[in-house]
Design a protein around this ligand. Sequence first.
Ligand code: ADP
Ligand code: MG
Length: 233
Amino acid sequence: MRTLLKAENICREFKIGKDKTLNVLKGVSLEINEGEIAVIVGASGAGKSTLLHILGALDKPNNGEVIIDNKKLFEMKDEELARFRNNNIGFVFQFHHLLSEFTALENVSIPQMISGKRQNEIEKRSQELLSLVGLGERLNHKPSELSGGEQQRVAVARALANNPKIILADEPSGNLDTQNSDALHQLINRLNKELNQTFVIVTHNPDLINLANRVFIIKDGIILKKQKVRNIL
Ligand SMILES: Nc1ncnc2c1ncn2[C@@H]1O[C@H](COP(=O)(O)OP(=O)(O)O)[C@@H](O)[C@H]1O
Ligand SMILES: [Mg+2]
């Protein structure tokens, strides 16, 4: 097993007004192996989204380091980090965050355009990815013309666009009904088993937690160790 992602002593505080400081992450360390589904659970406000954003370099910690594939994220300059993120990290959020003016095909194409791929390659890959997530018949639909479940599957296809080392998902089924949640969870499981895709997922959903190889519980700004999965459901 190869360690793909390592977080070392991540600390994150937010200044509130002039003289108040909110200490959200107080030294979070964790490791995730290639090919794993890792899940992060914890109460609302525990710092799950803050941690996920830092793992994906969408936010910077006050202290600590994240290492993906032996590369220290916060030693990189902003431009290099943006390129690394676009090429190596996929994101799926609770609300799809697709660009509303663009079709499904275009939304999946944009990260590939940013990374400088050729147009004919981009279109082919975007079509393949949308077929992979079961939306081969929805290429030219805009987000508003898709169901919530379909929008999330476009978001997954977009996250896969540049063949990322890791996909980070923040409550990806938090806004879906049972049927659409099941379809999304099956898709995540299939991508993990068939493509060996590594995922880090923040979720409350017991079905999704059941798919995990590893569960991290965040409480009081740190990761609790050695909890059994059934104790947290
Ligand atoms: N940019 C910010 N500025 C100030 N406080 C923030 C900011 N982002 C998050 N917080 C606070 O940090 C805590 C953790 O937030 P978050 O990571 O979103 O929690 P979770 O995702 O576990 O519900 C919350 O109390 C939230 O209000
Ligand atoms: Mg959150």
